[in-house]
Design a protein around this ligand. Structure first.
Ligand SMILES: [Zn+2]
Length: 343
């Protein structure tokens, strides 16, 4: 019998839920529109109600394996407590896992949101033919996830994969983590908007200034639209994004020699604007990349995992994510399935 598990994406703004079967087919997607700002108890009530409805609906045809929840923060896997989560005020040190398990009487697994996005891309996305991969998620911040031997590499404290806080400018922009010049300050959606505003303040971005004035929600997407129209100031910003990503990727490629590195998150839709700078940096900075680059890396289509297989003598693939904002949902749903194999 085909079983399902439920993936939950507990973002900084919205709550999203999907029921997925063991083959990775989406059984049902529940859009609740629940605002995380309404607080922890409200979110847990709505989440449990929705999950109960779905598991009831499929209980005869597809029994529930468990629930996986992607959370922006650091999780203590032993206790199921959220140790630190700046985007979820009121959730830290609350027994999230125990409370949901108590209400739904099923297995609940919490995992960092960037890790579940990596697991989703490994299971069904750009890295599905590989057992080792790294992923960078370019959203409000920059998340990182590492999958080794098909499983999330959590490190000794569950804190592995913080690629977004790698230094790219030694005395650069201060970062929320306490460091200066982190990748997150140059490759997140927040950073793209900040760099555009800096260009405007320096009187460099005429078209940028017009767009910022006309659009109260001046976003990374509006800046990308200018870049694809050929605006040089907007293009320069995405070259900086690509350059900084290339610096971090060259360290990852040199240290890990993985077969594939996947770039996801909202900003990755600007791939055409920033990826040429990634490949330029990689060729200059990484001897491992120079030795293993595909003949024309920038021409490899997204999700090209089937084109160049991993293994000795094979190539290093840097590519776009395939699952978009659903990577985290699929990855979260995958958690109980993997846990069951281990049991
Ligand atoms: Zn940082």
């Amino acid at each position: 019998m085909n079983r399902i598990s439920i993936g939950v994406d507990l973002g900084g703004t919205n709550l999203r839920i999907a029921a997925v079967d063991e083959q990775g087919a989406l059984v049902e997607k529940i859009t609740l529109g629940t605002k995380v700002s309404l607080g922890r108890d409200h979110v847990i009530d709505e989440m449990c109600d929705a999950i109960q409805r779905v598991s009831e609906k499929y209980k005869d045809s597809a029994p529930l394996l468990g629930i996986g929840i992607g959370v922006p923060g650091i999780i203590d896997m032993q206790t199921g407590l959220l140790r630190e989560s700046p985007n979820l005020p009121g959730w830290a040190e609350y027994p999230v896992r125990a409370e949901i398990e108590r209400r739904l009487k099923t297995i609940v697994i919490l995992e960092n949101d960037a890790n579940v996005a990596a697991l989703g891309e490994k299971w069904l996305g750009a890295a599905k033919d590989y057992s080792d991969m790294a992923m960078l998620t370019l959203g409000t911040g920059v998340g990182g996830g590492l999958v080794m031997g098909g499983a999330i590499w959590r490190g000794a404290n569950g804190m592995a994969g913080e690629f977004g806080h790698t230094t790219v400018e030694p005395d650069g922009q201060p970062c929320g983590c306490g460091n200066r010049g982190c990748l997150e300050q140059y490759a997140s959606a927040t950073a793209v908007v900040r760099m555009a505003r800096e260009a405007i303040a320096n009187n460099a971005g005429t078209a940028l200034a017009r767009a910022a004035h006309a659009d109260p929600e001046f976003s990374a997407k509006s800046i990308y639209n200018l870049a694809i129209q050929g605006d040089e100031d907007a293009r320069r910003i995405f070259r900086q994004v690509g350059r900084c990503l290339g610096i971090v990727l060259s360290t990852l490629v040199n240290s890990l020699n993985l077969p594939i590195y996947v770039i996801g998150g909202g900003v990755s839709s600007a791939w055409e604007a920033f990826s040429p700078a990634i490949f330029e940096e990689l060729r200059q900075r990484s001897l491992v990349y120079a030795a293993t680059a595909p003949p024309d890396a920038s021409a490899i289509p997204q999700g090209a995992s089937a084109v160049v297989k991993a293994g000795p003598g094979h190539k290093t693939i840097i590519t776009r994510a395939l699952l978009g904002s659903d990577a985290g949902l699929y990855g979260a749903a995958r958690l109980p399935m993997i846990a069951e194999v281990k049991r």
